[in-house]
Each structure stands twice: as structure tokens, then as C-alpha cells.
Ligand binder design. Sequence first.
Ligand code: FMN
Length: 373
Amino acid sequence: MSTLFTPLKLRSLQIPNRVWMSPMCMYSAAPTGPETGAPTDFHLTHLASRAAGGAGLVMAEATGVRPDGRISPWDLGLWNDRQQEAFARITQAIKAYGAVPAIQLAHAGRKASVDKPWLSDRYLSEAEGGWQTVAPSPEPYQGLPVPHELTVDEIQQLVRDFAASAKRALAAGFQVAEVHGAHGYLINSFLSPVSNHRTDAYGGSFENRIRFALEVVDAVRAVWPAELPVFFRTSATDWLTENPEDEREGWTGEDTVRLAKELTAHGVDLLDVSTGGMVRDAKIVAGPNYQVPFAAQAREAAGIPTAAIGLILEPAQAEEIVATGQADAVMLGRQLLREPSWAHRAAAELGEEPRWPEQYGYAVVRRSKSKKG
Ligand SMILES: Cc1cc2nc3c(=O)[nH]c(=O)nc-3n(C[C@H](O)[C@H](O)[C@H](O)COP(=O)(O)O)c2cc1C
């Protein structure tokens, strides 16, 4: 029996298998008007088809907790009734296929207000539908403008914004809320010494740099039911300290272990372990499983369940990651874009019965065995 297709229980939530869809921005929501930030038929198809394809958990992309928290003007958002209503249609569809609907709640901080990536990677001015970005310190991400340095009152408001969005996510039917603490976006930019130069309670020492992340987690936990899990996506390393040729001191795998212990104490149930995104010029050697050691390190040293991500492409590869205890689940991004039914193929290759929707199952399983084809 494969470990990949064993259910995972977190709090009272039973997740049917350990093949999960990683959050991926689609830059496809309306940028202005009454439908701003609301998921569309495209998002419904995009997410529901991966649930039909057998993923045990399907996570909606980075969703802005407020307008200036979106990465681009075309990102999803969750700050009003219309967006909540449109998300409810999506959670119903995901559940109808037996998968768990999850959402990544996000604020893009100093990396916000940019173009659709297939058009350019440049900042969009207010005249082009963009906005003033914010960050812990007035330190720009390379190629983007200087962000506004957040005041303590503004930080407190952001914490409330995350909680308000989480409340709406629950009302829309999501069963997992993930706090986006990775990839150089707002929470990550508080954590890392590369981007946080504050001298108040939110900067300086490790304890101060993780304060905002923990306050957001506490606020989300306070509105999220005790029987449902909260996840945190982290960039386990900035890929600076590990590089002997780079003099910059960044966030490291050891910092992630320390953070993971705190997150557990604050009610986080799973660490979703990514890396990078803090600086544009970090040297990252990406290959199959390249981020898995960080998930294994946090799981081992902090005792927190983890999800591993990054170039996980083959069923046997995914099975080995979970069967050897390096992570509790795998998240797939681009491979699920290429192959929405990857989980069904993986189940078959690992000797399990694929749980196709009945409309497909009788045809692909039985008919493929018959000579009639
Ligand atoms: C098109 C695209 C959009 C993405 N958007 C997000 C996002 O919204 N939130 C996030 O945490 N990561 C995002 N990522 C990163 C993925 O979730 C994933 O971690 C990364 O692609 C590595 O996994 P993979 O090799 O399986 O694709 C995105 C990646 C892609 C390719």
C-alpha cells in the first residue's frame, strides 16, 4: 500500500491523500469594478479540474487580504461579499469531487503592484492601475520602487485584515487557511534581516522579526475553528547565507526550525516548505527535490507536519518523500498544470485504485481493458 494515498488527519479534518495542489496565481480576475478580485469561471475550472483529477487538497492561489495586498491588479482577493460568494461556488465544486478546499491568504508587500508575468515583470504605476507598496522598511526589492515603511498602527490593521479574510474564507466553505509567509512577500519581508531594518518591536532580533507573522497566525487562528487546520507557507532559506560567495546574511534553515517551533505553539498545524523569493539575484540550484531537505529538517527538528514542494514530478519520487518521512504530503504546482489527473496516474502506478469521478472511471478503467476501446 502506498503512503501517498493514505489519508492524513489534521485536527478533525481527514484529507483523503497526500497529493496536493500548490497555490498558483493565475492573474485572471477583474482588476477593477464590482467583480474585482472575485474568482471567475476560469478559476472554477482551474481548481475543480484538479480536484476531479484526484488531488486530495486543492489550494486557491495567493489571495489578497486587501486591495494593495494583491501581487498584480488581476489577483484574487477576499475582502468583500461578492468575492466570498464567488469562492463559495468553488469550494462546493472541490468538495463535490472529494477533495479539501484550501486558500492561501496573502499580502504581497513590497513585491506588489506588478504586471501579469507573461507581459512583463515591471511595477505598475497608479495611472496603470497599480498602487503604493508597503514593507517593514523603505528598502526596495531589486527593480521595484521604494515601499512605504509601515507604521505600527498600519501593521495592526494588517493583522485585522488577515483575520477578516480568514473569517470570509471559512464562510465561503474553505477547510484549510494557509498564511503566506514565503517568497519575499509581506510576512516574509518582516522575517528576513535582508528586508527588515526596523528598530522597534517588529525588527532587529529574531523574536522581533517573527512578531508580525505570529500576530497574523494568532488572529487567523482566533477565527478559524479548533477542528480545522491552519497552514503556514515559509521560504525556508533566502539562499544567501548558504552561498559562501554571497556576503549577505539571510534567513536560514535553522531560522525556519526556530520559527516552526513557535508556529506550532501558536496553533499552526502544517508547514508548507518553499524557499527563496527574497532577493532577485540569489543563487538557487533548482532540481528535483531541491527544497525537500528543508521540509525534512523542520519536520525532524521542530516536530511539525510538513508539505514538500518543488520539481516533484514522478509518482515514485513523491511516494519516496512521504514514505521515508521527509514530509507528510507533497504539493505539486507546474506538473498539475501539465497533467490535471496526475494523482490518478500516480495511484495506478503505485498499485492503488484511482478514484476517478464516476463519469470517467467506468470509461477509462473498464473500457481501456476491453478490446472495443
Ligand atoms: C504560475 C505559478 C504561480 C504561482 N503562484 C504562487 C502562489 O500564489 N503562492 C505561492 O505560495 N506560490 C506560488 N507559486 C509557486 C508554486 O506554488 C510552487 O511552490 C512552485 O511552482 C514549485 O513547485 P513545482 O515545481 O511543482 O511547480 C506559483 C508557481 C507558478 C508556476
